[in-house]
Design a protein around this ligand. Structure first.
Ligand code: DMJ
Length: 584
């Protein structure tokens, strides 16, 4: 009986429910139709609102995460200071304290992974030491050194701070001796002002900031003085090549006499840092003048073509891109603002950067079928669906800059940063070797396809993963970085050093270990698996070659600097130890 009655009632209920789905039911009852409509609209709004809330929540969490890290650091500093004011504290006590601070958020998997990255650095460095010592770069297949930058020991100088940060002391000492005794800039060689600045000057200044060893500052001043005449042009926009021995400067023929945007607008951090540390304003004046000159004709979308006429200071008809020849100009607008402590005298950098970011949004398109966001290039009014791997620094830049925005804007830029990072990661994932090609094209219905097929050990994607992990705390970025690292290990590591690939699908190898592999790729990977207090982004700003420069006080009402000794070198021994102890 019970069974029968239950089945009858359920079929009755089925019928009853079914009539609510029939359109005829509502046509006869307009009030109920209105009710259903209102319910539908409210539900849609609720779901949409939940998504917005989730994103807002993510931004709040990121901000809180940053604040928490800052407070943890301050607390540990206070503990160190308190103990330091007592009697008999040793440097080792202090270092132990610092290591405790650095253990924050550390875990065994990270320790293991950074040890692997450190092993790779050791392998790359040892090969360089053995076969290319003092030369600019190692050619691993032919086992020799090559002077692609005029014989300035580019790999050695580019690697100094990585060795220091990883605690490779013996290697660092030997490199330091070479800098002190053998590094000679008096070369009859037409050097690239940009490459020499970001690799050599940047490397020396960073190592000075980390170690406090004056030899690096002396060498930094020497090379900067040799580069400085490049800015003596009618507009102040520098020529991009200069003879290091004789000081005559010019632009490369292939650029039609023009200066290149990235080459002309990526010296601010290094030259400002040098002025701060030497208290000689001449370096800073030259490079800030470039930005002031560009400001005069800065377009409303903040996007500049890659060629500038050094005589008039105006743009020549050419491509707009966040890839080759444009990239780091935009990066330095943001970073000069950070380097200047985000104060009044550097506000215009941030304003220009924010204008450019509006322009960047206008270049964003999405692929079909998978909706990967990418950055187009633009010539005149024509957009081309092409993106360089070099432009994969942009997600990191957006993550670094999003804190300066309020509410909705911040969410928008963080979200864009995450989307672009996903695309860049897929540049890697979509090839046979799992290493990215040099650039990509996006055709309707086909998502992404490799254009130029080589991979030369570039760092941009892991750089962005580093920033995104630092700002969101999302471990997915560590996983992606680890996968990329493993692909380098599998395809690029040889018996001697690391090489690039001629083709990311066939795996054919080239014969060059680029200096930025040691300066940037391995450093960002190491930091990706280290506690965030190692080279804290509150205290350091990375130049475009991943050389961390210490942020120094800049005062609103004067253009000279007060070098806050405490800020610069909280403790020489500690400064040295901070990067070393506890990190394997
Ligand atoms: C590096 O020298 C720098 O990161 C520069 O800004 C761009 N190119 C290389 C690395 O790919």
């Amino acid at each position: 009986m019970a069974k029968k009655s239950s089945s009858a009632s359920s079929s009755g209920l089925g019928c009853g429910l079914w009539r609510y789905l029939h359109p005829g039911y509502y046509l006869k009852r307009p009030q109920r139709l209105a009710l259903v409509f209102v319910a539908f609209v409210s539900l849609t709004w609720l779901v949409w609102d939940r998504q917005t809330l989730t994103r807002e929540h993510q931004v709040h969490v990121s901000r809180l995460y940053e604040q928490l890290r800052g407070l943890q650091n301050q607390l540990e500093d206070l503990k160190i200071d308190l103990k330091g004011s007592g009697v008999g504290i040793t440097s080792i006590d202090k270092a132990t304290k610092l290591n405790k601070r650095n253990i924050f958020q550390d875990d065994p998997l990270n320790i293991q992974r950074r040890q692997k990255v450190k092993d790779s650095m050791l392998h790359a460095w040892t090969s360089y030491e053995k076969y290319a010592w003092g030369h600019d770069e190692l050619q691993p297949q032919t086992k020799n050194g090559i002077d692609s930058f005029g014989g300035l020991g580019a790999t050695l100088v580019d690697s100094l701070d990585t060795l220091f940060i990883m605690g490779l002391d013996e290697q660092f000492k030997r490199a330091r001796e070479w800098v002190a005794n053998s590094l000679d800039f008096n070369k009859n060689y037409d050097a690239s002002v940009f490459e020499t600045t970001i690799r050599v000057l940047g490397g020396l200044l960073s190592t000075y900031d980390l170690s406090g060893d004056e030899v690096f500052l002396e060498k930094a001043r020497d090379i900067a003085d040799r580069l400085l005449p490049a800015w003596n042009t009618p507009s102040g926009i520098p020529y991009n090549r200069i003879n290091l021995a004789y000081g005559n400067a010019h632009n490369p023929m292939w650029a039609g006499g023009n200066s290149i945007l990235a080459d002309s607008g990526t010296e601010q951090l290094e030259f400002i840092a040098l002025s701060q540390r030497t208290k000689d304003p001449k370096y800073q004046e030259k490079v800030e003048n470039v930005i002031k000159e560009l400001y005069k004709t800065f377009p409303t979308d903040g996007l500049l073509p890659i060629y500038i006429n050094p005589h008039t200071g105006t743009s020549a008809h050419s491509t707009i891109t966040f890839g080759a020849m444009g990239d780091s100009f935009y990066e330095y607008l943001l970073k000069a603002w950070i380097q200047g402590n985000k104060t009044e005298p550097v506000k215009y950098y941030r304003e220009m950067w924010e204008t450019s970011m509006k322009g960047l949004q206008g270049l964003v398109r999405r692929t079909t079928p998978s909706s990967f966001a990418y950055l187009c290039e633009k010539t005149g009014n024509l957009l081309s669906d092409k993106m360089d791997e070099l432009a994969c620094f942009a997600p990191g830049m957006l993550a670094l800059g999003f804190f300066g925005y309020d509410g909705g804007e911040a969410e928008k830029y963080l979200s864009l940063a995450e989307e672009l990072a996903w695309t860049c990661y897929n540049f890697y994932q979509s090839t046979t070797t799992k290493l990215a090609g040099e650039n990509y094209f996006f055709h309707t219905g086909k998502d992404m396809s490799v254009g130029t097929s080589w991979n030369i050990l570039r760092p941009e994607t892991v750089e962005s993963l580093f920033y995104l992990w630092r700002f969101t705390g999302n471990k997915t970025y560590q996983e992606w970085g680890w996968n990329i690292f493993q692909a380098f290990e599998k395809n690029s590591r040889g018996e001697i050093g690391y090489v690039g690939l001629k083709d990311v699908n066939t795996g054919d190898k080239d014969n060059m270990m680029q200096s930025f592999f040691l300066a940037e790729t391995l450093k960002y990977l190491y930091l990706l698996f280290s506690p965030p207090s190692l080279i804290s982004l509150d205290e350091w700003v990375f130049n475009t070659e991943a050389h961390p420069l210490r942020i120094v006080m800049r005062h609103a009402h004067e253009e000279s600097y007060i070098l806050n000794e405490q800020l610069r070198f909280p403790d020489r021994f500690l400064g040295r130890k901070e990067g070393r102890s506890g990190y394997n």
